[in-house]
Design a protein around this ligand. Structure first.
Ligand code: 2M8
Length: 450
């Protein structure tokens, strides 16, 4: 069987190796998302990475989030990439192609950043970091508590930015203007919306760098997809990354149900922290309100026929009903009535998803193995991602589903027990795919183990 062919490291070696990966990818002020493929800081990666770092060194975990927060745009946006100085030529699109420091007054002049955002998992990370630090000594505890006080206003500004600039429907379903903002770049979720993106003849030429850095180009998005990714950047450059003009003009504008669920969760975590640390009551109330609106909006996307949550293509005025991991967004944040939630849980456990007989482990695959769009080796089109596995497990625990959370943890550890810390895994065979020594994979494994 596939499982018999894999080596499985014992826990203590797995933990040691995870720590080694995080240390190895550490440039001093930031841990790159991966050693070669991603030589910079990514926003939501940094959130998960800081959780892993907290198990090794609370001060270093705090420094990681400080590095990200130092790159916050003046309007509140946390940028999806913070570029390292040395790595500029190693990743495309780099700071020159984005040009945010020249085109936008809101962008920092240093460090240089991209001009879009990613799912707001940061408050979740801060909450977890604090929990981990409180299990340690008084110094760890003080370091983490001081950080919560320091970072809370910045995280609040980030959440406010999302609520104010990314709710085009006015109902709490937050929109992304680029597939990269969803973190699930080439998911089948975005295929129909990308079909409406027509790269202009004046798209400046470019050379991809990612293809040389994976074992086979079929694991990455296609060239046609990249043309669209770069065209959207071009459109944003033309409006100087002004947040409202971007939303008004981007040929890609999609209500992202998964990002909205993460936002709802993160708003509640930030509100909890705000209450504990005596932050302004009006801001705590605003966070609770955004959380409630987010949960309601996520629940309202559910397709009555399938029970799965859907994204919304605002440009086409249509629901996007692909069978991907995002369909389970309501399980993250809650909001469904009991019957609908029970239906969704049994879909999750059923043969089209985690109960599919061919799966090596029962983590949620990025796309249903029973769907025509399923590509088991290709990035967000089928593989299992340890990081999304962690997020579901964490949310299940928060929702009081202890047994489910524990099962998730055990299955995640089984998937990652080869010690490769792959970016994603073949769900049927457990083959490590994409980048190896991916930082967020090492981070979530450490959290699962400790
Ligand atoms: C992937 O995305 C980047 C673009 O942002 C890429 O392919 O170049 C995604 O998996 C994203 O979710 C992740 O944050 C990033 C770094 O791990 O890689």
């Amino acid at each position: 069987t596939a499982r018999a062919a894999r080596r499985e490291l014992p826990s203590h070696l797995l933990a040691a190796r995870a720590a080694y990966v995080l240390r190895g990818n550490d440039t001093g002020t930031l841990v790159t998302a991966a050693p070669r493929l991603y030589p910079h800081m990514w926003s939501w990666d940094a959130a998960f990475i800081s959780i892993g770092l907290a198990h090794l060194d609370v001060g270093r975990a705090v420094a990681e989030l400080d590095t990200l927060l130092a790159a916050q745009w003046s309007g509140g946006m946390l940028p999806h990439i913070v570029f390292t100085e040395g790595g500029a030529d190693e990743y495309f699109p780099g700071p020159d192609r984005w040009g945010t420091h020249e085109l936008s007054r809101q962008a920092p002049r240093g460090p240089l950043t991209s001009g879009i955002c990613q799912p707001p998992a940061h408050a979740i990370a801060v909450g977890r970091l604090l929990e981990i630090a409180r299990r340690g000594g008084p110094v760890d505890r003080a370091t983490a508590e001081d950080f919560v006080r320091r970072s809370w206003p910045k995280l609040y500004a980030w959440h406010r930015w999302l609520a104010e600039h990314r709710d085009p429907g006015g109902d709490g379903l937050l929109a992304v203007v680029h597939g990269w903002e969803s973190g699930m770049d080439n998911s089948p979720r975005w295929d129909s919306a990308y079909a409406g993106v027509r790269p202009g003849a004046d798209l400046p030429p470019y050379v991809r760098r990612d293809l040389r850095l994976v074992a086979d180009a079929g694991m990455r998005p296609s060239d046609a997809e990249y043309d669209r990714y770069l065209w959207l950047v071009e459109e944003m450059r033309r409006v100087g990354y002004d947040p409202d003009r971007v939303v008004a003009t981007s040929s890609f504008l999609v209500g992202d149900v998964f990002l909205t669920a993460v936002f709802a969760l993160a708003c509640d975590v930030l509100a909890d922290l705000g209450e504990e640390f005596g932050e302004p009551a009006t801001q705590v109330t605003a966070l609770r309100d955004w959380a409630r609106r987010g949960r309601t909006a996520v629940a309202a996307t559910v397709d009555p026929a399938t029970g799965l949550a859907r994204d919304r293509d605002f440009r086409a005025g249509a629901w996007i009903g692909t069978r991907t991991i995002a369909g389970f967004a309501p399980l993250l944040c809650g909001g469904l009535d009991r019957a609908a939630e029970r239906t969704l849980l049994s879909t999750l456990d059923g043969p089209d998803w985690c109960g599919h007989p061919g799966l090596l482990t029962s983590l949620v695959p990025s796309t249903s193995p029973a769907d025509d769009a399923f590509r088991p080796r290709q990035y967000w089109r089928g593989p299992q991602w340890p990081v999304t596995g962690w997020l579901f497990g964490w949310a299940f625990a928060r929702r009081g589903w202890a047994e489910r959370a524990e099962r998730h943890r055990a299955q995640g550890l089984l998937l990652c027990s080869d010690g490769a810390f792959a970016e994603y895994y073949h769900p049927l065979t457990g083959e490590p795919l994409g980048s190896l020594d991916q930082s967020w994979t090492a981070a979530v494994v450490l959290d699962w183990l400790c």
